[in-house]
Design a protein around this ligand. Structure first.
Ligand SMILES: [Zn+2]
Ligand SMILES: [Zn+2]
Length: 269
């Protein structure tokens, strides 16, 4: 892609997100929050980093995973999958994908090594559509591999998954947006920002690990939805760091930060 095309692609994506999510955040805010809230520059850097660098790296890794599974999954298994009706294959893929990402996400919150990377996503103290992009690239590779694992194992080519991948991406942004819509019964089926906002509570085992539908949380007893927003998002005692500092933090670098964001630091969401 030329620099010119890249500029228009990134700019167009940002404009699309602003046009879709800003009016929603303005009309149905979950929390009182100004447009220029703290750490917005850091989250904007994560957005740019994803679009300009990391998305390409993630796609490269996914293509490798897909090829590896093509070479190693028994053809009898794929033939059995292909003999089913297409609608059944689609349901199986979505269900298994949710299952993989649910347990993979739960493991990230339990296993210290994985948490080190996933914690970067949880350092956000202010949630909105831009904060959704705050994710360590290795965390993205881990999550995207799990999400796509069943489809790759079934032998679905990446091109047929583009729509599903795009929908999951938009949905991931929506559940971080500073929005609370009055869709009470629907959130049992399709999820809602308030569920994921509770996942960002300062309690690391707050629950709601599912990616789209909360079905897995309901099945495995981690569904949580109080009728109000969490008091504060983020991680207790996390130093405030910029983009590069957060990228280096899992490796034990990242500088001293700008003081603790723990209780009493005065920067509650
Ligand atoms: Zn998490
Ligand atoms: Zn999140």
């Amino acid at each position: 892609m030329t620099a010119h095309a890249l500029f228009w692609s990134v700019g167009g994506s940002l404009l699309f997100l602003i046009l879709v999510f800003r009016p929603l955040e303005w009309a149905f805010p979950a929390k009182k929050q100004g447009m220029l809230r703290p750490a917005i520059v850091t989250d904007f850097c994560f957005f740019l980093g994803q679009y300009l660098v990391w998305n390409g790296v993630v796609l490269f890794c996914l293509a490798h995973l897909s090829r590896w599974l093509d070479a190693n999954v028994p053809s009898a298994f794929r033939a059995a999958v292909a003999s089913q009706p297409l609608w059944l294959q689609a349901i199986e893929v979505v269900f298994l994908s949710d299952f993989c990402v649910y347990w993979g996400h739960r493991l990230q919150h339990r296993w210290e090594f994985l948490w080190r990377f996933h914690a970067i996503h949880h350092t956000s103290e202010h949630l909105d559509f831009l904060a959704a992009h705050r994710e360590h690239p290795l965390d993205t590779i881990y999550t995207m591999s799990l999400i796509n694992l069943p489809a790759f194992a079934f032998g679905f080519p990446v091109s047929t998954l583009a729509g599903l991948i795009a929908f999951r991406g938009i949905w991931a942004i929506y559940i971080h947006s500073n929005v609370r819509l009055p869709i009470r019964p629907l959130r049992w089926l399709i999820g809602a920002p308030e569920l994921h906002h509770w996942h960002h509570d300062r309690d690391r085992r707050a629950g709601n690990y599912a990616n789209i539908s909360p079905v897995m949380d309901l099945l495995f007893g981690t569904y949580r939805c109080p009728d109000h927003e969490p008091e504060a998002f983020g991680i207790e005692g996390q130093p405030r760091r910029g983009y590069v500092g957060l990228l280096l933090q899992p490796f034990g670098f990242g500088g001293r930060g700008k003081g603790s964001s723990g209780p009493g630091s005065g920067r509650r969401g």
